[in-house]
Design a protein around this ligand. Structure first.
Ligand code: ZN
Length: 163
């Protein structure tokens, strides 16, 4: 039986090949692995994770010899981390390894588009992948990419279903 990591890796590679063909960006998969505990993730301002890191830092020397990771919530065992490299920029996103393949693809595509949107130019603020003839990004539907304005036929299919 296929493991969660294998499932997500298969989807991630198909997605990377697809967006590389549809955008000026070169996208490849560098690593697929179970998500690390939250303490090992990059903290985002405003989240509990950031607050935890800040509090432990402020404890100062001798304030605490407790391992910060002991305080961190464990990773969701279903959560799989996928590290992409977009041109030269590392981008890590997460997917639910128990989800169906097309749902995993949707999660990865959505998170990847958000991250690429924040990269420096020329990727910055560019639709990812761009809809032919429009300024918006295409959306991922079951079967591949399509225009979100008048959802119709799949413009760029992705081979994701098992043979
Ligand atoms: Zn469109």
């Amino acid at each position: 039986m296929e493991t969660r990591v294998q499932t997500v890796a298969a989807v991630a590679h198909a997605l990377a090949a697809s967006v590389s063909a549809l955008t000026p960006r070169h996208v490849r998969v560098s690593r697929v692995a179970p998500a690390p505990p939250f303490s090992a993730s990059v903290p985002e301002p405003g989240t509990d994770v950031f607050t935890t890191v800040l509090r432990l830092t402020e404890a100062g020397p001798g304030g605490s010899d407790v391992d910060a990771s002991a305080d961190a919530p464990p990773a969701d065992p279903r959560s799989i981390a996928v590290s992409f490299v977009v041109d030269d920029a590392p981008v890590t996103v997460f997917a639910d390894g128990d989800a169906r393949r097309w749902e995993v693809a949707r999660q990865l595509a959505s998170a990847l588009a958000d991250e690429v949107h924040e990269l420096p130019p020329p990727a910055w603020a560019q639709p990812f992948p761009p809809c032919p003839g429009h300024r918006h990004p295409m959306e991922l539907a079951e079967g591949g990419w399509r225009c979100p304005r008048a959802p119709g036929p799949i413009i760029a299919p992705i081979a994701l279903d098992r043979p």
